[in-house]
Design a protein around this ligand. Structure first.
Ligand code: CAA
Length: 297
């Protein structure tokens, strides 16, 4: 495999494009607007600079990586010739179904169609295509160039051959792939999101403040980020969407999102990307905000 297309140039999409390009793949990065694509290229360049500064990448490797990425606003043109297409659009079922329907028409007959979805059913996504055996989940973690895991999700119809190809490809990106089955939240978010939700409940019920909760989990459990900071980093809207998938998928009230999370998303507090969540990022450094003003206590 040499030619990869990535759909969506947001946080995950640009990280995925960056990683494939760094490992020598020709990447077509596709989004709906030139503006989004220019922003993505600037982000990739900035993240490559971190690697150059650390001495893990040379200046010429940075230039080669950038040269391996071509941008497109037209889906049909962008996916032409791609052997693997990784969809990293927003976490919205209808949008993903539309993209996969289109991909089934536009992509070459042998192309593998992967989704970076964090929780939407791969089997459901595959059902709108005529190639269920070639549809698979390839769930990268943020920040993609740094995090070692790829959660590889087998839909009901995904073939052994497709799974083996994606596992092998992940190894070539210096990642550790883990194969899991297609049930709500897969493994990563089935375990992560209840923890984040419980941290929000602890805040909501006044058990402790934002920094206290995060410090307990950082220092007590050796997590690199506390759960509230991590929720801001992932995006509170994304956390809410994943909890809804778990709640609906299992029909179990234990996954019901904390009302504080629901309120914060409704108030436009989506975390780092909106400038504020459990912390405020306006000054370029994170400051805990009194999210308790939205809480019951
Ligand atoms: N691109 C390239 N390199 C990057 C980067 C990026 N986007 N972001 C950070 N880095 C590099 C830095 O250059 C640095 O490199 P060295 O180790 O060589 O020094 C390293 O990563 C650590 O970065 P920093 O020193 O700036 O900051 P840090 O030590 O606080 O680490 C972090 C940052 C890696 C993000 C760390 O805080 C962490 O691991 N956080 C938890 C991340 C996590 O849990 N991600 C999963 C989220 S869940 C998800 O993604 C899936 C989902 O479905 C919701």
């Amino acid at each position: 495999m040499k030619n990869i297309a990535v759909i969506g140039s947001g946080t995950m999409g640009n990280g995925i494009a960056h990683t494939f390009a760094q490992f020598g793949y020709q990447v077509s990065l596709i989004d709906v607007s030139d503006n989004a694509l220019s922003k993505a290229l600037a982000t990739i360049s900035k993240n490559l600079d971190r690697q150059v500064t650390k001495g893990t990448l040379s200046e010429s490797e940075k230039e080669t990586t950038l040269a391996n990425i071509t941008i497109f606003t037209d889906l049909q043109t962008g996916v032409a010739g791609a052997e693997l297409i990784v969809e990293a659009a927003s976490e919205n079922l209808e949008l993903k179904l539309k993209i996969f329907k289109d991909l089934d028409h536009f992509a070459g007959p042998g192309a593998i169609l992967a989704s970076n979805t964090s929780s939407i059913s791969i089997t459901r996504i595959a059902s709108v295509t005529s190639r269920g055996d070639k549809v698979i989940g390839m769930h990268f973690m943020n920040p993609v160039p740094v995090m070692k895991l790829v959660e590889v999700i087998r839909g009901y119809a995904t073939s052994d051959e497709t799974t083996a190809m994606v596992m092998d490809l992940s190894l070539k990106l210096d990642k550790t792939p883990v194969e899991v089955n297609d049930y709500p939240g897969f493994v990563a978010n089935r375990i992560l999101m209840p923890m984040i939700n419980e941290a929000i409940y602890s805040l909501y019920e006044g058990v402790a403040g934002v920094e206290e909760i995060d410090t307990v989990m950082k220092l007590g459990m050796a997590h690199p980020m506390g759960p509230l900071q991590l929720a801001d980093f992932i995006g509170l809207d994304v956390c809410l969407a994943i909890l809804r998938v778990l709640q609906e998928g299992f029909g179990n009230p234990k996954y019901a999102p904390c009302p504080l999370l629901v309120n914060m998303v409704a108030a436009g507090k989506r975390g780092v990307k909106s400038g504020e969540g459990f912390y405020n990022y306006a000054k370029g450094v994170k400051e805990a905000v009194v999210a308790a003003k939205f809480a019951t206590n």
